[in-house]
Write a protein that binds this ligand. Structure first.
Ligand SMILES: Cc1ncc(COP(=O)(O)O)c(C=O)c1O
Length: 412
C-alpha cells in the first residue's frame, strides 16, 4: 500500500487479510481471537517470502553483498522499532523471540545484577503467566519476595493498594501488563511508572496486547523496559522486541551466550559486545525481524485515532449485543477496556460453547488464557474470550451473537 494512503478501517483494511476470505467448516471464517494472535496482512507475508526466496543470507557476518544487504535491512527494522516506540536510539531495541522471551531475559539478567535476596518485585493479579513464571523461577534462585497489586471487582488495578505497596523501600522492580489479555483492562501504567521513577524502582511494561491497540511511547510511559511479540502486531511468529533504557541495558549481563554477542573468546573466558548485540546470541529470526518491519509499515499507513474509533465501536456493539442475551456474564467492567470481552454462561462451560461456535466457523478462545490467578480472583477456572482487531467488523459480532444464541438453544 502506498505511503500516505489512508485506509477506511471498516472495509479496505479487511481486504489486506486473505485469511478472512476462507471458509471453515463450510462457512466463512469469523475470526475473534486476535488477542491470541493477529492475522497477517498480505504485504507482511510477501515481504517475508521475498527475504526467504531471494534475499536470504545471515546477518552481521557479511563478506559478500547479499549478507551486507540482509544486515542493513535487519538494522533498518531496529531503527523503525525505535521510532515506533519513541526510543532515544536504535541500540535500545533488542530483538527477542517474543514477549515471554523478553520477560525471561529481564528476570534472569536483573537477577544477576540488580536484585538480591530480600528485594521485592511487584507484579499484579492480572498478569499473564509469562510475567509470573519467570519471577517464580527467580524467587526460587534468589529468595526475592513477590508482591501483587490487587484487582478490583470491576477488573481495574487497585491504585491505592499499589501506592501503599510501592512505598516499601525494598521494592526494586515493578513489572506490569499494559492491557490485560483476559479482561481487556487498560492499566494506568504511566501513573504507576511515574511513581516508580520518583522512588528509583525499575519498571517493565508487558505491552503484548497494547502495541496493536494504541500508540505506545516508552518516554510517555516512563518505562525502563518494555516487551512485545511480533505475532500480536500483524507480524511473524518467533520474533519480539525488548526495549531497554540505554544506561540500564549497559549494566545488564547477557541472558544467553553464543555467537554474535561476543567481543573476544578464549578457552575459559568471554567478553561481550555492548547492547543490543550482547542480548542477541546466535543467528536471529531474520525473516521474523524483516516481517516485523513490514508490519510497522502496514501500521504506518493507518492512524491510531481511526483504529481506536473503529475498535471501540466494535467493542461497544459487541457489549450491547451480548448483554441482550440472558444468561451471559461479561466478566469485569473496567474503566477502560480494549478489544477483549471475557464471557461465562449459565447454559454451559466455556469450552463447550466455544466448540459449538467453532462448528459455525467462529474462532474464539476458551480456558484460563494463561491467567489462572486472575480467573481465580473472579471465582472462575475458565472463560470464553472474544477479541477484536482493526480488521474485525460488526458482521463478526452479529455472527457471534447468532452463534451464542444457537449454543444456548442446544445446551440449555
Ligand atoms: C499480556 C500478555 N503477555 C504475554 C504474552 C505472551 O506472549 P508470547 O506468547 O507471544 O510470548 C501474551 C500472549 O498472549 C499476553 O497476552
Amino acid at each position: 500500500m502506498s505511503k500516505g494512503h489512508r485506509v477506511r478501517l471498516d472495509f479496505s483494511v479487511r481486504t489486506q487479510f486473505p485469511s478472512l476470505r476462507q471458509s471453515v467448516r463450510g462457512v466463512g471464517l469469523t475470526y475473534l481471537d486476535s488477542a491470541a494472535t493477529t492475522l497477517k496482512p498480505q504485504q507482511v507475508v510477501d515481504r517475508v517470502q521475498k527475504f526467504l526466496l531471494i534475499e536470504a543470507a545471515n546477518v552481521h557476518r557479511g563478506a559478500y553483498a547479499l549478507s551486507d544487504q540482509a544486515t542493513e535491512n535487519f538494522e533498518t527494522v531496529r531503527k523503525k522499532v525505535a521510532t515506533f516506540l519513541g526510543a532515544q536510539r536504535p541500540e535500545e531495541v533488542v530483538f527477542t523471540y517474543g514477549t515471554t522471551d523478553g520477560l525471561n531475559l529481564l528476570a534472569h539478567s536483573l537477577g544477576e545484577t540488580v536484585l538480591k535476596k530480600g528485594d521485592v518485585v511487584v507484579l499484579s493479579e492480572m498478569e499473564h503467566h509469562a510475567n509470573l513464571v519467570p519471577w517464580h523461577l527467580l524467587k526460587e534462585r534468589l529468595q526475592i519476595e513477590l508482591q501483587f497489586i490487587p484487582v478490583t471487582d470491576q477488573g481495574d488495578l487497585d491504585l491505592e493498594a499499589a501506592e501503599r505497596i510501592l512505598k516499601n523501600p525494598k521494592v526494586k522492580v515493578l513489572s506490569l501488563v499494559y492491557c490485560s489479555n483476559t479482561l481487556g483492562t487498560v492499566n494506568d501504567v504511566a501513573k504507576l511508572f511515574a511513581m516508580c521513577r520518583e522512588r528509583g524502582i525499575l519498571t517493565i511494561c508487558d505491552a503484548a496486547q497494547a502495541v496493536a491497540a494504541m500508540k505506545v511511547d516508552v518516554q510517555k510511559l516512563s518505562a525502563d523496559f518494555l516487551v512485545f511479540s511480533g505475532h500480536k502486531l500483524f507480524g511473524p511468529y518467533g520474533v519480539g522486541v525488548l526495549y531497554g533504557r540505554w544506561d540500564l541495558l549497559e549494566t545488564l549481563k547477557p541472558f544467553r551466550g553464543g555467537g554474535s554477542m561476543i567481543e573476544a573468546v578464549s578457552l575459559d573466558h568471554s567478553s561481550y559486545l555492548p547492547p543490543p548485540y550482547r542480548f542477541e546470541a546466535g543467528t536471529p529470526n531474520i525473516e521474523g525481524v524483516i516481517g516485523l518491519g513490514e508490519s510497522l509499515d502496514f501500521l504506518s499507513d493507518l492512524k491510531w485515532a481511526d483504529i481506536a474509533q473503529h475498535e471501540d465501536d466494535i467493542l461497544l456493539h459487541a457489549t450491547q449485543q451480548i448483554e441482550s442475551i440472558s444468561g451471559v456474564r461479561i466478566i469485569g467492567r473496567p474503566q477502560l477496556r480494549k478489544n477483549v470481552l471475557p464471557l461465562s454462561f449459565e447454559w454451559g462451560h466455556p469450552s463447550d460453547v466455544s466448540q459449538l461456535l467453532d462448528q459455525q466457523g467462529i474462532a474464539v478462545r476458551s480456558g484460563h488464557l494463561c491467567t489462572q490467578p486472575l480467573l481465580k480472583r473472579f471465582g472462575l477456572s475458565a472463560v470464553l474470550r472474544v477479541s477484536f482487531s482493526l480488521y474485525s467488523n460488526r458482521e463478526d459480532v452479529d455472527q457471534l451473537v447468532r452463534g451464542l444464541k444457537k449454543s444456548k438453544e442446544l445446551l440449555s
